[in-house]
Design a protein around this ligand. Structure first.
Ligand code: GLN
Length: 548
């Protein structure tokens, strides 16, 4: 059996400085050394998954092939590693306790006292090892959410300590720290990092590497200082300045020889490994030298509360737009418009003419819905490329039924259960879930196959007849109305194998340059080195419109 290696990534000083991107980048530079790498996220909250959290508080819910509703960092791992992860790669405090309690009820602890320590960290370790085995990984990168010194993640740091003390040569600890540069002082301060390093020591852990996040690259003097006060060699302090694009981060890490250092810490013979980041570098080159811009409006509703920024809520969409746009030589210029503003008249529909494409993302509930429907109608009538994702596809169908078929009160029963034309309706099994208040992890989730109709925009974009895409919804196009809708010109170009579920709705190219909605979330499968065909098709149409 091969000797598996583990890298724990913890945060110091403060959160939100890019620990997820750092973890993904570490995973990538090791993968580029021909090592088999997987990544795992630990979220300290009690929720069993991210599915029950409001996006304005938590950011995007990233759905995996197996239907697990996870944290947005999982999206970064999949995108950087160009791989598919599963539910074993994600854990929360809730998930860990749930399993320990299940085992206890099942007498699996054989009558012994079950204690927070060591039984909880042992469960954490067993999950990490399972993820490593599942991927047959040489190296498993484990990102621990939160920062050191918090009460919440202490049990996970204890797991890291236990694993490191059991096999010191196989475990590396990385602390991602922040060096503030107060404007009045004009100098990069190392003291918070020293304090964070001591906090880590106080739970029995010594960092092997410190990633020094700051506005600027860290100089040698400060590297030496951190090294002295945090018990490390100066070369093990890695400079991580702010970057224009997160895709620069792995390249910057390699400039400071992070891959080599980690191989040394983990006793992996690094000379045998050749660093190959050539395809990555080629993509980064395209990001740096676009030939022009493409203007896209994202019309959504998760805008007005919580501590998360917009780009967090729609991060996979934003990334998917970037991959396709940059690959086509364009920089995407993305504007977020609040659909409610189209209802009050704060934004006029004619504003949409400024954009080369309009995208309506997924969502839930009634807020801002009429605004979105108006936007879709405008895009259809004025031939502005339109791309609808999940709710954006359902509302495209509602709009078409109202304004082309003349069913004035057509709606989704999510918003109007009494409509005479419930063109979007709840799925049968979902009705039962809702009646029994089974809300967590109970939607139509994860990857499902879909057949594409020959000659349609979708089929030509994918260049195949059978695809698999990730879902997260309770409602669907009501089969009762399909014939009438198709007769009126909207084409269901993607259909589930049992022909019951409509997965893609589009207008033929002769009628509209690009008017297409997907019941699934294509954004979850878009990768920098493998852009998503539907996003690419949308951007192509937008570039064409921009030229006119
Ligand atoms: N609210 C819709 C449904 O549940 C769409 C969900 C989504 O956009 N993810 O079907």
């Amino acid at each position: 059996m091969k000797r598996r290696k583990y890298i724990f990534v913890t945060g110091g000083v403060m959160s939100g400085v890019g620990k997820g991107v750092a973890s993904s980048s570490i995973a990538l530079i090791l993968q580029a050394r021909a090592l088999k790498v997987t990544a795992l996220k630990i979220d300290p909250y009690v929720n069993v998954d991210a599915g029950t959290m409001n996006p304005t508080e938590h950011g995007e819910v990233f759905v995996l092939d197996d239907g697990d509703e996870t944290d947005q960092d999982m999206g970064n791992y999949e995108r950087f590693l160009n791989t598919t992860l599963s539910r074993v790669n994600y854990m929360t405090t809730g998930r860990v306790y749930l399993e320990v309690i299940r085992k206890e009820r099942n007498l699996e602890y054989k009558g012994k006292n079950v204690e927070v320590v060591p039984d909880i960290p042992l469960e954490v370790i067993s999950r990490i090892e399972k993820a490593a085995e599942n991927a047959d990984a040489d190296v498993t990168v484990v990102e621990i959410g939160g920062t050191v010194g918090e009460y919440q993640n202490i049990i996970f740091l204890e797991a890291a300590r236990m694993l490191k003390s059991k096999c010191p040569d196989d475990v590396a600890i990385i602390m991602v720290s922040y060096l503030p540069m107060p404007s009045k002082i004009g100098e990069m301060k190392t003291k918070p990092t020293q304090t964070a390093s001591r906090a880590l020591n106080s739970v029995g852990i010594q960092a092997d590497v410190i990633i020094a996040r700051s506005e600027m690259a860290i100089d040698q003097k400060r590297k030496d200082k951190i090294a002295l006060f945090c018990n490390l060699r100066p070369e093990n302090i890695i400079s991580a300045p702010d970057v224009d694009s997160i895709y620069d981060v792995p390249i910057n890490f390699e400039k400071d020889r992070l891959g080599e250092i980690l191989c040394k810490v983990l006793h992996v013979d690094h000379k045998k490994r050749v660093t190959d980041l050539s395809r990555w570098t080629e993509f980064v080159g395209k990001v740096k030298k676009p030939r022009g811009e493409v203007k896209i409006a994202v019309v959504g509703k998760y805008f007005d509360s919580g501590s998360f920024t917009l780009s967090d809520v729609y991060i996979s969409i934003l990334e998917a737009l970037k991959f396709s746009a940059f690959t086509l030589g364009r920089k995407p210029s993305i504007t977020y418009l609040n659909s409610k503003d189209f209802e009050t008249g704060k934004i006029k529909l004619s504003e949409l003419n400024k954009y080369s494409g309009v995208l309506v993302p997924g969502g839930f509930g009634a807020t801002g819905i009429e605004g979105k429907i108006k936007v879709i109608q405008y895009a259809r009538e004025h031939k502005i490329p339109y791309f609808g994702l999940c709710y954006g596809m359902q509302l495209e169908v509602v709009e078409y039924c109202r304004n082309v078929l003349g069913w004035k009160d057509a709606h989704t029963t999510e918003v109007n259960p009494k409509t005479t034309h419930p063109v979007i309706d709840i799925m049968k099994e979902q009705k039962e879930n809702m009646a029994n208040a089974k809300y967590g992890g109970s939607m139509r989730l994860g990857s499902y196959p879909c057949f594409l109709k020959k000659g349609t925009i979708a089929q030509k974009a994918y260049k195949k007849d059978l695809i698999n895409e990730r879902h997260r919804h309770r409602y669907e196009v009501n089969p009762k109305f399909i014939d009438d809708i198709e007769k009126a010109g909207l084409v269901f170009s993607g259909i589930s194998p049992d022909r019951q579920l409509m997965e893609i709705a589009e207008l033929p190219r002769e009628v509209h340059p690009f008017f297409l909605g997907a019941q699934f979330h294509p954004e979850f499968l878009a990768r920098p080195l493998d852009p998503h065909p539907l996003f690419t098709e949308f951007i192509k149409a937008a570039i064409k419109k921009g030229k006119k």
